[in-house]
Ligand binder design. Sequence first.
Ligand SMILES: [Zn+2]
Length: 146
Amino acid sequence: MGGRARRRFDLPEADAFTAEYWRAAAEGRLLVRRCRAEGCGAAHHYPREFCPHCWSEDVVWEEASGHATLYTWSVVHRNDLPPFGERVPYVAAVVELAEGPRMMTEIVECDPGALRVGRKLRVAFRTVGDGADGGEGIAVPVFRPV
Ligand SMILES: [Zn+2]
């Protein structure tokens, strides 16, 4: 099982298609996918190789602004999957990116009681798995209030 001392559930799996996304994240840039089909032009997230709106495969990476608004959230007080248990309570959320797509993420550096729908947010990156478990560290996008 890869020699990992402890199984954890917060590490995304990068494959050839999403490698560019994770490379950008490591540099502090959030990427979305943008459709180039005539009459569509929609952005989407999570990354797919085709446009989920019109099924076109003419889709490219685009750097997002990092601006978003809070769409919905939930304060998690219990999660038995490592390493989430050490982080409770935390705020799991769906945010709406300025480019349009919604994404699942976590809100950090916030007072959960002060969160409101539409609250302005900005992307930040958290590095997880940095060596402690033999992983090399992956930057995952989280959001914090502006
Ligand atoms: Zn499209």
